[in-house]
Design a protein around this ligand. Sequence first.
Ligand code: TTP
Ligand code: MN
Ligand code: MN
Ligand code: MN
Length: 355
Amino acid sequence: HSDVDVVVASLVPAYGCQRRTPLTNKNCIFTDALETLSKEASFCGSDGRSLAFIRAASVLRSLPSTLTTIEELNRLPGFGEHSKRVVQEILEDGFSAEVERVTQKEKYQTMKLFTNIFGVGMKTANRWYQEGLRSLGDLRNSQKLKLSKQQEAGLQHYEDLNMPVSRAEADLIAKMVEEVAHSFLPGTIITLAGGFRRGKLSGHDVDILITHAQEGREEGLLSKVIGQLQSQGLILYHDLKRNSYHDAFSPDSKSTSNMDHFERSFSIFRLKVASHIGDIGARDHSPESSKDWKAVRVDLVVTPISQYPYALLGWTGSKHFERELRRFSCNEKKMVLNSHALYDTVEVQVAISQS
Ligand code: TTP
Ligand code: MN
Ligand code: MN
Ligand code: MN
C-alpha cells in the first residue's frame, strides 16, 4: 500500500460510532447482500458470523459514494475474507451467487417470514420450521400450536405491522400519547426516538420516551395513559412491564442481558387513517377495502429525568451504533455505557476494594 492508501484508510474509523453515516445509503447493492448473509448466519445460530457481515455492511453505509473498485474495498476497515469475497463478486458480476442461493432456501424464507411476526424470535421460528410449518396460513390453521397473546396479535396484524410507518403517522401517535399524558400529568415530556430521531422517513415502529422534569413524577403514569387510550379503543395489544432497575442490580439478580430496565409497554396501536373513499374502481366494499385504520407497533418507555440522557441515546439507535458505542466505551475508555448510566469501571473497582 502507498502512503495515500494509509491516509485514506485512516479516514474511515474502525468503530461504527465514530463514523458519520449519511441517511441515504449509496451502497445498498452491497449492504443488502451482506445483510442477507447476516440474517442467514443468525438463522443458523452463528451470531459471530452474523455480526461480521453487519460490521462490513455498516462500513459501506458510511461511505459518501458508491464503491466501484476492489482497491477502494481493500482500504476499508472491518472486512473479513467472506464479506470481501461477496462484495468482489458483486463488483464483477453485478450480483452474488451465494446470496441468490441463500434467498432461494426454504429455511431462509420461512425463518424470515416467521421472525417478522411480532413476538416471534429465532428459537420459536426455528421450532416451527422443524415441526414442518412453512406459511402464515400453516400457523393460523394449526390446531396444536400454542401462541402467546403477543404472537397471536402479531399474527393477526401481520400485514399492517409489516407495512412501513410514515413520519406523519409517527408524529400523530406521539401527539396522541402526549395529549393523554398531559391530561394526567402536565409537563410530561414526550420524545420520538428510534429511527425517526435519526431522520429516517419511515420505520417499522414508533419509539417514544416519556419523562418529567421532576424526578419521580413519571412513576405510574404509563398505566394511566395506556388505560385511557384503551378505553378509547385505540390499543389493540399491550404488555406493560414495570420498572426492574432495582431488581436488576440486587445481589440475587438473574438478569444477564443488556436489555434495559425501564417501565415500558411494547404495544400495538389502532391508528385511524384516511379511508379509501376516492379509490378508483373500489366497487366492492369488502371489509378489507373499507378498513379505515392501521395497526402500528409502538414502544413506550418511561424514564426518570436523571437517566433520560442515557435512555435517549440508547433508544435512538441504530442497534449497531449502540453496540459500537458500548464497545468503544468499554475498550477505549474503560467505561460502562447502557441506557441508564455511564460509569468508570476503574473507579467502581476502587470503590469495591475499599469497601
Ligand atoms: P428499533 O425500534 O428496533 O429500531 P429503529 O427505530 O432503529 O428502526 P425501525 O425504523 O426499524 O424501527 O430500536 C430502536 C432503538 O431502541 C435501538 O437502538 C435499540 C433500542 N432498544 C433498547 O434500548 N431496548 C430494547 O429493549 C429495545 C427493543 C430496543
Ligand atoms: Mn466465512
Ligand atoms: Mn423503531
Ligand atoms: Mn422499537
